[in-house]
Design a protein around this ligand. Structure first.
Ligand code: GLA
Length: 387
């Protein structure tokens, strides 16, 4: 059994003298399609083998007891007392709250969890926390929600108590991921396809800038608001539903004088990123990684200059990667303002890439970055108990 799963299970059994059910809930990467999930665009995420492990069992009372092993903190609440709090507590309680809002009769339970996604790294530890608990409660309460419905429940949970107005990408990847595949998700219709991830000769390497981002900081919601503001101005003239109905950038240019500059730049990025993600899906199917990689660089440029969600450290990492002949694509991943870059690197150059990046980054920022070679994984699932 995975060592974290074993630790979580052991802690649970020692604390509560019963055997729990165990679950693994993955984080995600996103190959391309950033900040377009809440703009009816296309995204290409995959669940990964880093995530959150849950041990959970009913306790026959009206109380819920959580223990976060990572934060070394307990939380005990009565079922009638579920309310907004701060930090990790907000994420678990918000999931419970969504089940209550559905009218489910929650039973008291005990829950221990821990994970290996570095905080604020852009791999969506929040969706992993939400997804594992939602999946477990769905089984425990026999709610009968399917995976797509659970993803939507988790998205609502993130909107509600933590107040992050996220799109659906992270929660969808968390529930629907398939090992060795990436998803192509149409965030308007929720239609999705799986593409086998053929990275012949290459691997995906994440480099963690260790700059801590928190989506709850409000900047995430501000970008979303800019898009909504821009769209509503455009809609006064054009009969469109969302940005993806604008297929030519020239159609936006006519609005340059009517839309505040920052808002205009966000709109421009979104239109370009939706087109890039569509193109990228074709390239991936053709196994054309070189051209795919060029689109990743273009995404970074847009996220940095137009959408303004990068930072000096991430720009430095991407610039460094672009100078390395073993790297074919690099960009910041996820919500931005810190966290990881995602890089496609030739197998033979990975060690050198990691060493050189680490050295140059430390020299420039006196921060020791971390690198992870990513493997894809299935969406949230029960773990067979072998103890
Ligand atoms: C976060 C959000 C997602 C998505 C990405 C950016 O991870 O949770 O919904 O918007 O940022 O693409």
């Amino acid at each position: 059994m995975n060592p974290i799963a074993a630790t979580v299970s052991k802690y649970f059994t020692e604390s509560f003298s019963t055997r729990p059910a165990l679950y693994f809930s993955p984080g995600r990467i996103n190959l391309i399609g950033e900040r377009v999930d809440y703009n009816d665009g296309f995204v290409m995420p995959a669940a990964i083998n880093k995530g959150v492990y849950y041990a959970i069992a009913e306790n026959g009372t009206n109380e819920i007891h959580f223990y976060s092993m990572d934060f070394e903190e307990w939380l005990s609440v009565g079922i009638d007392d579920v309310k907004k709090m701060t930090g990790w507590k907000n994420y678990v309680l918000s999931v419970v709250n969504e089940f209550l809002l559905l009218g489910c009769k929650i039973k008291g339970f005990n829950c221990v969890f821990a994970g290996d996604i570095p905080r604020g790294s852009g791999m969506s530890s929040s969706a992993a926390v939400e997804g594992g608990l939602a999946f477990a409660l769905n089984e425990m309460l026999n709610t009968g929600l399917n995976r797509a419905e659970l993803a939507l429940l988790c998205q609502r949970a993130e909107h509600n108590f933590p107040n992050v107005n996220c799109g659906i990408m992270d929660q969808f990847a968390n529930m629907m991921g398939k090992k060795d595949n990436v998803l192509l998700l149409d965030c308007r219709s929720m239609e999705h396809q799986y593409f086998p991830l053929h990275l012949e000769g290459y691997k995906i390497v994440l480099v963690n800038s260790k700059v801590h981002h928190t989506l709850a900081s409000g900047e995430y919601n501000i970008r979303r608001q800019r898009c909504e503001d821009g769209l509503s101005i455009i809609k006064t003239k054009l009969s469109i539903q969302s940005f993806r109905d604008i297929t030519r950038v020239e159609d936006l240019q006519g609005y340059k004088n009517n839309i505040p500059e920052k808002v205009y730049n966000c709109c421009l990025f979104v239109i370009e990123e939706i087109a890039r993600a569509k193109k990228a899906a074709e390239l991936l199917q053709q196994d054309n990684l070189i051209e795919f990689g060029k689109l990743m660089y273009a995404t970074h440029e847009g996220l940095s200059k137009l959408y303004e969600v990068s930072c000096e450290e991430l720009d430095f990492l991407v610039e460094l990667a672009s100078q390395n002949s073993n790297v074919i694509g690099s960009r910041l991943m996820g919500g931005g303002f810190g966290g990881c870059t995602i890089n496609i690197v030739a197998n033979e150059g990975i060690d050198q890439f990691i060493q050189e990046t680490s050295k140059a980054y430390q020299k420039r920022f006196t921060i020791i970055p971390e690198a992870y070679i990513v493997e894809t994984a299935n969406g949230t699932e029960p773990i067979a108990v072998t103890l």
